[in-house]
Ligand binder design. Structure first.
Ligand SMILES: [Mg+2]
Ligand SMILES: [Zn+2]
Length: 170
């Protein structure tokens, strides 16, 4: 049996790409702008043996502002751009639902549980990076080894938390 996976869970809007203004959504590939520093953070984690799963709330689907097809198109673009930098994204999970109508919209942990079903990752060796304190709390409650808060659109802030290897902490 192989060693179980270490996953870095990445929030999308505000971590990987520039967050839309309040009450706005990313509805087109053209609106998807990578944040400065994200590729550096992800490359560092890749070198430490992490694999990547994006977990993102996309309530705009439930509100009829864009379709799941659009979400998939944006995600294909995101994946392609990571791939060009030598980074493979293992999976992208998203919640298309309205508040309080499902078990997957963060800060509920449905997407983490789904990822566990699919990939049987090692919780304590895994981590999460988000610009939402609720997500960080979710990661802590779920038992991830590290749950890192960064300011919106400042993914490089995660670097300081990644200086120490998480296996030292656990
Ligand atoms: Mg966010
Ligand atoms: Zn959901």
């Amino acid at each position: 049996m192989g060693k179980s996976k270490k996953i870095a869970f990445l929030d999308r809007d505000g971590v990987i790409n520039k967050k839309a203004e309040e009450h706005y959504y990313i509805t087109r590939v053209e609106d998807f702008i990578f944040n400065e520093g994200i590729f550096g953070v992800v490359s560092k984690l890749k070198n430490e043996g992490f694999e990547f799963i994006v977990i993102t709330n996309q309530r705009g689907v439930a509100r009829g502002l864009y379709t799941e097809e659009t979400v998939r198109k944006i995600h294909r673009h995101m994946k392609d751009e990571f791939y060009k930098k030598g980074i493979e994204i293992l999976d992208i999970l998203y919640c298309p639902h309205e508040n309080n109508t499902c078990e997957c919209r963060k800060p509920k942990d449905g997407m983490l549980r789904e990822a566990m079903e699919l990939y049987k990752f090692d919780k304590t060796q895994s981590l999460l990076i988000s610009d939402s304190v609720d997500d960080v709390y979710m990661g802590e409650q779920f038992g991830l080894g590290k749950s890192i808060f960064v300011q919106p659109n400042k993914p490089s802030e995660a670097m300081i938390h990644l200086q120490k290897s998480i296996s030292v902490v656990v």
